[in-house]
Design a protein around this ligand. Structure first.
Ligand code: COA
Length: 180
């Protein structure tokens, strides 16, 4: 798996030594619930999630260069229900780091990677109705509203939610790059 770098952040694979940082951020309800998962109860749960969910292809820890700490996660979901030329971006960030434009920066890295290196032509993103923070990230990165999937079951939470899907095509992204 690759690593990526900007002035402020590094995207690199998650590793076992990130367990404490993961627990610190993922134990906050305001981080997990908007993504559809329960806050982590203890460090053992974070270790389990690390190995089973995060240490997988195309899921990256967002590391702050200033501290070397993993403060969030971003992934490219592909295969399965996605067509060969499609992928979807999912993400979360530790609460103390919200509002500094870190996630838009990370999303832009993976847009470039997906379109230019992986040959994708369609990128999806999504947010539950009411998650304006995530909607804003998606807008800042050029995604536009596409459709809503109503009543999607959140298995961990035992409830249904409406998921708003946003999309950006490669040609739209290329136009954005020329204009920026
Ligand atoms: C959504 C999320 C990744 C945004 O990351 P970020 O790096 O803070 O993104 P930005 O800095 O661009 O801020 C996005 C919006 O969040 C809101 N926001 C920023 N700081 C905030 C804070 N401290 N408290 C509440 N909302 C805040 C603002 O509306 C901002 O939009 P604006 O720039 O137009 O004002 C982050 O809030 C998060 O991880 N939330 C919980 C998990 C989640 O919702 N994941 C997405 C699931 S679809």
């Amino acid at each position: 798996m690759k690593t990526f770098e900007t002035e402020r952040i590094i995207l690199r694979p998650w590793q076992k030594s990130d367990a404490e940082a993961l627990f610190k951020y993922a134990s906050e309800a305001e981080v997990g619930l908007p993504c559809g998962w329960r806050p982590h109860k203890d460090i053992e749960e974070s270790k389990f999630v690390l190995e089973k969910i995060l240490m997988v292809p195309e899921t990256y820890a967002i590391v702050l260069k200033e501290t070397g700490e993993a403060v969030g996660s971003i992934s490219l979901m592909m295969g399965g229900r996605y067509g060969e030329e499609e992928a979807e971006i999912g993400y979360w960030l530790g609460k103390p780091h919200w509002g500094k434009g870190i996630m838009p920066e990370a999303v832009k890295i993976l847009q470039n990677y997906a379109f230019c290196d992986l040959g994708k032509t369609v990128l999806w993103c999504g947010y539950f109705t009411g998650n304006d923070k995530s909607r804003r990230v998606s807008e800042k990165c050029g995604f536009r509203y596409h459709h809503t999937e109503y009543g999607v079951m959140m298995k961990q939470l035992g409830e249904t939610r409406d998921v708003n899907k946003t999309v950006i095509y490669k040609n739209e992204w290329e136009k954005m790059q020329k204009n920026s």
